[in-house]
Design a binder for this molecule. Structure first.
Ligand SMILES: Cc1cc2nc3c(=O)[nH]c(=O)nc-3n(C[C@H](O)[C@H](O)[C@H](O)COP(=O)(O)OP(=O)(O)OC[C@H]3O[C@@H](n4cnc5c(N)ncnc54)[C@H](O)[C@@H]3O)c2cc1C
Length: 383
């Protein structure tokens, strides 16, 4: 890929005018559904689990917005999804329950799944009846995903699964996992011999254990598979094609606006705080962050336009995620530096404390900064 081709991923695009009415509709719904939600809870947004909220969104057709109507989706375009996601994040809606299924699992099944899998799972995801998680990382296989050791072997009419996954976001509350596992060869075979399997997390032999985080919550889990039997139709796509499929999935994961808006609830509170007591250094920092966010938003809309054209802007998505997470991390870091120790705004302080502690993960989840930069360099033919 040349620099010009990478720049083409970011060719300016605008949200079509017909998305305006939809934005109003989403905003009106969120204003009433989330009234009274504290800013510190809004700061969790797509990591906050609320199955009832996900079902309320699904009832409006807003889970699986871009998926075909024949599978229960709303058949709308990527620009409408951008608007929906932007409003959900800006309002701090608790989206975790349906987030992975909506963003990744359903599009993955649509692209690679069998007709039977599509009919079984995509409508259930769109109705928020089945919640999915991603089973990629394992102890010792995070960035180096090609070294996964969890193994499934053919067993009569199905598969026998052994091994384990770690850092699975909301694995302990999910119904299903799409797991990347080895179905032939050994870790030395790297990408060869990897496949994706649908795993029912309530099947005998599956144990999920929440991992308690330093800020007291448990959004991750560790999962063990001990001789778990999986039916033959658990294989997603082709055996041995797991690596290519996972890479397509990661492009869905990295291109959305969620990689730029994690600190919006805090920025909002801080803006209101500064309006009451403006400090020139703090106001200048706020201006810098808003300028960055405006630029990142334009870049994200540009990538949305590429998705709309049916392209998969993998390198552009890596670049946006790297820049976006840098801004998301700089916002709480700057506010922590600039805010006075005697600030009386308890909600601002609680939201800052939460995001300041959380922000280290922004550049780890979905691929670390170093891995993304490696991808960009490879994309440009530099390594
Ligand atoms: C909030 C959060 C949610 C997550 N959710 C999920 C999930 O739902 N499902 C899932 O499967 N995983 C999930 N993960 C795991 C995540 O994908 C991994 O943590 C991540 O890929 C890094 O892997 P690791 O933790 O094993 O670190 P390592 O791979 O051990 O990396 C450690 C450090 O070494 C650097 N490094 C590693 N290899 C290289 C290299 N080749 N060149 C340069 N530097 C390198 C990394 O950049 C990093 O700084 C989540 C992680 C977080 C923080």
């Amino acid at each position: 890929m040349s620099l010009a081709a990478l720049a083409a991923d970011f060719a300016p695009a605008a949200l079509p005018p017909e998305t305006r009415g939809f934005r109003r509709e989403v905003r009106d719904f969120l204003d009433s559904a989330l009234s009274g939600r504290r800013p510190r809870d809004r700061a969790k947004t797509w990591t906050g689990w609320d199955a009832d909220f996900s079902r309320a969104l699904a009832a409006r057709g807003w889970v699986g917005l871009t998926l075909p109507e024949r599978y229960g989706g709303a058949g709308r375009d990527h620009f409408h999804r951008f608007v929906l996601v932007e409003e959900l994040l800006a309002s701090g809606a608790p989206c975790a329950a349906h987030w992975i299924g909506d963003r990744q699992s359903a599009p993955l099944l649509l692209k690679f799944g069998s007709e039977e899998q599509r009919q079984r799972w995509i409508p259930a995801i769109c109705r928020s009846e089945a919640f999915f998680c991603i089973g990629m990382s394992e102890p010792g296989s995070g960035s180096d995903l090609a070294s996964v050791r969890t193994r499934a072997v053919r067993d009569g009419n199905g598969w026998r699964l052994n091994g384990g996954k770690v850092w699975t976001t909301w694995g302990h509350r999910s119904d299903m996992m799409i797991a990347l596992v080895r179905t032939s060869g050994g870790p030395e075979d790297r990408q060869k011999g990897l496949s994706q399997l649908l795993v029912d997390l309530r099947a005998p032999g599956v144990t999920t254990k929440p991992i308690r985080l330093s800020y007291g919550e448990s959004e991750f889990s560790e999962t063990r598979f001990d001789d778990v039997f999986l039916p033959a139709d658990s294989l997603v796509g082709e055996e041995g094609q797991g690596w290519a499929q996972v890479n397509a999935e990661l492009a869905f994961e990295r291109s959305g606006p969620e990689r730029i808006y994690s600190a919006l609830a805090l920025l909002d509170l801080w803006t209101r705080h500064l309006a009451a007591s403006p400090d020139p250094r703090a106001v200048a920092a706020l201006g810098r962050h808003l300028a960055s966010l405006a630029t990142l938003r334009s870049m994200s809309i540009a990538l949305t336009a590429r998705l709309h054209e049916g392209l998969s802007p993998v390198v552009g998505a890596a670049l946006l995620k790297d820049l976006g997470t840098a801004t998301e991390q700089a916002i709480p870091a700057d506010i922590a530096d600039l805010i006075g120790p005697d600030t009386a705004d308890a909600e601002l302080m609680a939201t800052l404390a939460f995001l300041h502690q959380l922000s280290a993960v922004f550049s780890i989840r979905g691929g670390t900064r170093e891995i993304l930069r490696g991808m960009i360099a490879r994309g440009l033919g530099l390594r």
